[in-house]
Design a protein around this ligand. Structure first.
Ligand SMILES: Cc1cc2nc3c(=O)[nH]c(=O)nc-3n(C[C@H](O)[C@H](O)[C@H](O)COP(=O)(O)OP(=O)(O)OC[C@H]3O[C@@H](n4cnc5c(N)ncnc54)[C@H](O)[C@@H]3O)c2cc1C
Ligand code: FES
Length: 278
């Protein structure tokens, strides 16, 4: 595969888990290397299909930035079923299959020179971390970086060490909120949309990226439109059930759109035309 996307081949490439980090009680971060030694080139918000022999396959977003060290990439995986449970029971040096990367990914060409407002709820931080780290790696090419991060409880927040570092980074404006917390929690409490009152944006120069549970999208978009953002500058990472990843099985279809290929990232201008999309 090298620097190419594996577009048509349904045969997984052999890969090895080279690192595992427990993130919360439900999520682990896996560092993976392709056994063919090739690099792994992707765009933020693209995904791979990971497989284990005899168990199955599942789409998982790539959590690391486009340029990672040592030809490895990272996948933040929540254990919820057969495949994700089996991956959680794996150890370093275990082998898995990888297809991809697939999907359109985030339109990086549209954010050059712009302010970037990222709204990440729950597991949504996993795919969008790739974009955050990309912007931080190439900080001079972008304007303000504003992060609104939400989770159910403090213990559910992903990438806590990185969030602590981002808090110290004066080039990032960040607000974190949880739905429920003990009195010892020093940050905001409430749903993620409650954070909009702490930010001001220049609507003509801002691109928004929204990633999180489906229920969040309608409310977040409402806040963004209230801030006078243009519908074409709001990008939503729309995940749906997927199987083949290459536009063949129809599992991800909404109206005429195959989200595995035309998505998972759609502008609100495109998404609002699709019935059942939001
Ligand atoms: C483009 C894309 C990117 C994704 N990125 C990530 C990621 O970065 N990290 C991550 O942990 N997960 C991610 N997911 C979700 C992940 O693919 C599913 O959790 C996984 O397919 C479940 O497989 P399983 O075999 O473990 O579960 P199964 O045994 O198939 O199912 C267990 C239970 O989970 C439900 N379920 C299965 N798939 C989904 C789904 N897609 N959405 C909601 N419920 C589901 C089933 O109905 C069942 O109740 C992504 C999904 C998509 C489409
Ligand atoms: S996942 Fe099969 S067509 Fe999109």
């Amino acid at each position: 595969m090298g620097e190419e996307t594996q577009k048509s081949n349904l045969v997984p490439m052999a890969a090895t888990i080279v690192g595992i980090r427990q993130m919360t009680d439900k999520e682990k971060l896996f560092t993976v290397r392709l056994d063919n030694g090739n690099g792994f080139k992707h765009r933020p918000c693209q995904f791979v299909l990971i497989s284990m022999f005899g168990i199955g396959e599942a789409p998982i977003s790539i959590s690391s930035p486009p340029v990672n060290s040592g030809n490895t990439f990272e996948l933040c995986i929540r254990s919820i079923g057969n495949l994700t449970g089996a991956i959680h029971r794996s150890s370093v040096n275990d082998r898995i299959g990888i297809r991809g990367p697939y999907g359109n990914g985030f339109p990086l060409e549209k954010i050059e020179g712009k302010d970037i407002l990222i709204i990440a709820g729950g597991l949504g931080l996993a795919p969008i971390r790739s974009l955050i780290k990309h912007v931080l790696n190439e900080r001079g090419r972008y304007g303000r970086l504003i992060l609104l991060i939400g989770a159910k409880r403090p213990e559910d927040i992903l990438f806590k060490e990185e969030i602590a570092m981002w808090e110290e980074d004066h080039s990032i404006e960040m607000h974190v909120s949880v739905d429920i917390a003990a009195p010892s929690w020093k940050n905001h409490v409430g749903v993620i949309t409650g954070l909009f009152k702490y930010i001001t944006i220049d609507p003509l120069n801002t691109i928004a990226a929204v990633v999180g549970p489906p229920v969040m999208y309608r409310f977040v978009v409402k806040e963004l439109l209230a801030k006078k953002m243009f519908e074409g500058n709001i990008f939503l990472d729309m995940e749906r059930r997927m199987r083949c990843g290459i536009g063949k099985c129809g599992h991800c279809q909404i109206n005429g759109i195959y989200l595995c290929q035309n998505g998972p990232v759609l502008s609100y201008l495109e998404a609002r035309k699709l019935q059942e999309a939001l």
